[in-house]
Write a protein that binds this ligand. Structure first.
Ligand SMILES: [Zn+2]
Length: 270
């Protein structure tokens, strides 16, 4: 299985074929194209807190909603803090308005409530969507290097098991667009953090460079995390687009710093 790129009136986004084949779920990984925001936010900025015009952001959500072919009326967001905290959410966590305060800090959301749309934001960090079509549970995870080093995607799977009886063999995973190893050059802190959790297994995802620099394969590490908690490798798909290699498609925090918009990955049970 792989991903399909959709272009709906210039709004380009991706969906995992495995999720669509399993049916019962609406999901998508946005690019920066197809919205109405201007300047540094051009054009499909879905971030509320980066200084864009609220009316533009609202219209961008309406356009993404139309492209997804589902409803974003019951939207759940979290204040992302590069943690490994995953929250189970229900109707009461849906924002009454797009600009209502975000209820909590977390980097992962899980629900079994149909129609509740879970969103995570990314601009190099890796968005991961999970779908258990048997127990009907979905999750959205924001996995930057800190979250990856804490195994947040695996923790989301474990919480799906505990709370909803999900079996790892039934969980599909879609690893979305994010920074590639060649663009993710780090100091020793990142490989050190990965080795703390994964030990020697981390070394397959770390390439030493001269002058104590490293290239780190976050997506590979996330796929490994998911397999450690029991997902079969064929359940895990990786959209091999790098947010830093493709400035026409994505905002990249590495390239742009704070002067940028935010892409969102969204999932909802139908
Ligand atoms: Zn790259």
């Amino acid at each position: 299985m792989s991903f399909t790129q959709y272009d709906i009136n210039g709004l380009v986004y991706h969906r995992a074929d495995s999720f669509d084949a399993a049916s019962g779920v609406m999901h998508g990984f946005a690019t920066r194209t197809g919205g109405i925001s201007e300047g540094a936010f051009a054009s499909l900025n879905l971030g509320r807190s980066r200084g864009d015009q609220p009316e533009s952001v609202r219209e961008n959500y309406r356009r993404f909603e139309a492209a997804l072919g589902g409803s974003l009326q019951q939207l759940v967001l979290c204040r992302q803090v590069h943690s490994d905290r995953v929250e189970v959410v229900t109707e009461s966590d849906a924002l009454p308005d797009l600009y209502a305060p975000t209820p909590f800090e977390a980097d992962g959301l899980i629900t079994n409530v149909p129609g509740l749309a879970l969103a995570v934001f990314y601009a190099d960090c890796i968005p991961v969507l999970l779908y258990d079509s048997v127990q009907q549970v979905v999750a959205a995870v924001h996995s930057g290097w800190r979250g990856t080093a804490r195994g947040i995607s695996g923790k989301a799977v474990s919480l799906m098991q505990e709370q909803f009886g999900s079996q790892p063999k039934d969980i599909l995973a879609a690893i979305g667009p994010g920074i590639c190893p060649q663009c993710f050059e780090t100091h020793e802190d990142v490989p050190h953090a990965l080795r703390e959790l994964f030990g020697d297994e981390a070394k397959d995802y770390i390439t030493p460079l001269p002058q104590e620099k490293f290239q780190v394969d976050l997506k590979g590490m996330i796929a490994h995390t998911l397999q450690v908690v029991g997902l079969p490798s064929q359940n895990i798909d990786d959209l091999s687009l790098c947010t830093a290699c493709h400035p026409e498609l994505y905002w990249s925090h590495r390239r742009l710093g704070e002067a940028r918009g935010n892409q969102a990955a969204i999932i909802a049970l139908q």
